[in-house]
Design a protein around this ligand. Structure first.
Ligand SMILES: Nc1ncnc2c1ncn2[C@@H]1O[C@H](COP(=O)(O)OP(=O)(O)OP(=O)(O)O)[C@@H](O)[C@H]1O
Ligand SMILES: [Mg+2]
Length: 266
C-alpha cells in the first residue's frame, strides 16, 4: 500500500539499524552489472554506475527503457537477477531494513488510503519516522493547505502526486527516490517541487534520484543524468557535459533524441 514491503513493517517508530560505513558515505548508491528480465524482455542489461552523496541524479530514458525497474530495485521493491546494488553502503534488498528509515519513496504508481484526509495521512507517516518534518509545513510547501481536510479519494491527479511527494519527504530521508514526480503537475506545482529539491536548507546533504520525461526539468535540476535505453546506459554525465559532448550549443532534449532516436516506443 505504501511502497514499503509489508513484511518489513514494525510497530512504532522505525528502528535505526546498523550502518557499517557511517551515517553518510561519499557514494550514496553503487550499482554494479545489474540485470533484470521479465520473460523475453531484458529490462536491465547489466548497468553499472554510482551516485554521489548529495547529488541530484536523473535517470532518463524513453518509455520502457528500464527506469522504474532500476529505481524499484534500488528501493528494495524488485529483485534483480544478477549484479549488486548498495544504498547508503548496504546491500539491497538484503539489508534494506537497516536503511528504510533513511529513504523516501515516491513511486510512479502508488495506492494511498482513499478514506483518509491529506493531513491525517501526512501525520500518520510523520509518526513512523525518527526525524520527521512538520506535517503542516510540508503540506503548505507543496501547496496542499486548502486540501488538508480533503479525502484522498477526492484529490485531483496533480494534488495526489504532490501528496505522494510529501509522504516521500516527511521522514527527512537521506536518499529520496522520485519516479516521475512531476508528470501530472501544473507549472506552479513543478516549480514548487524544484524549489524544495534545490533549496540546500531543505535538503542538507540529501541525495535525490529522480526520473522524468521533461528534459528541461532534468537540465535544471540534475547534477548528473544517466540516459538509459533498452536496459543499457547510453551516456552519463552532467547535462552541460553531455550537451558539449554530443550536441554542442543545443539542449539536453537534443542529446536525448540524438542518443535514443525519434521512433516512438511500444
Ligand atoms: N512486472 C513486469 N512484468 C513484465 N514486464 C515488465 C514488468 N515491469 C516492467 N516490465 C517491462 O520492462 C521494461 C521496462 O519497464 P519499466 O517500467 O522499467 O520502464 P520505464 O523506463 O520506467 O518506462 P516509463 O517511462 O513508461 O515509465 C518494459 O518493456 C516493460 O514492459
Ligand atoms: Mg517508469
Amino acid at each position: 500500500m505504501t511502497g514499503y514491503p509489508t513484511a518489513h513493517f514494525v510497530e512504532g517508530p522505525l528502528a535505526a539499524g546498523p550502518d557499517p560505513v557511517g551515517a553518510q558515505p561519499a557514494v550514496a548508491i553503487r550499482v554494479e552489472k545489474l540485470r533484470k528480465t521479465y520473460g523475453d524482455v531484458e529490462a536491465l542489461a547489466g548497468v553499472t554506475f554510482e551516485v554521489r552523496a548529495g547529488e541530484i541524479f536523473g535517470v532518463l530514458g524513453p518509455n520502457g527503457a528500464g527506469k522504474t525497474t532500476l529505481i524499484e530495485i534500488l528501493e528494495g521493491l524488485r529483485l534483480a537477477e544478477s549484479g549488486a546494488a548498495a544504498v547508503l553502503g548496504v546491500d539491497v534488498p538484503k539489508h534494506l531494513d537497516s536503511i528504510r528509515d533513511r529513504i523516501g519513496i515516491a513511486m510512479q504508481k502508488m495506492a494511498l488510503p482513499p478514506l483518509l484526509t491529506v493531513q491525517e495521512t501526512v501525520r500518520l507517516y510523520a509518526v513512523i519516522y525518527p526525524d520527521s518534518q512538520r506535517p503542516d509545513e510540508l503540506i503548505r510547501s507543496l501547496g496542499l493547505e486548502e486540501k488538508r481536510h480533503t479525502l484522498i479519494r477526492h484529490l485531483s491527479g496533480g494534488q495526489l502526486q504532490r501528496l505522494t511527494v510529501a509522504l516521500a519527504l516527511v521522514g527527512n530521508p537521506h536518499i529520496l527516490f522520485l519516479d516521475e514526480p512531476t508528470s501530472e503537475l501544473d507549472p506552479q506545482g513543478r516549480r514548487a517541487l524544484w524549489d524544495i529539491l534545490l533549496d540546500p536548507q531543505k535538503r542538507p546533504g540529501r541525495t535525490v534520484v529522480l526520473t522524468t520525461h521533461q528534459m528541461e526539468e532534468a537540465q535544471h535540476l540534475c547534477n548528473r543524468v544517466a540516459i538509459l535505453d533498452h536496459g543499457h546506459i547510453l551516456a552519463m554525465g552532467s547535462p552541460s557535459d553531455l550537451i558539449d559532448q554530443y550536441c554542442p550549443r543545443t539542449t539536453l532534449e537534443d542529446v536525448f533524441l540524438h542518443l535514443t532516436g525519434r521512433r516512438i516506443r511500444d
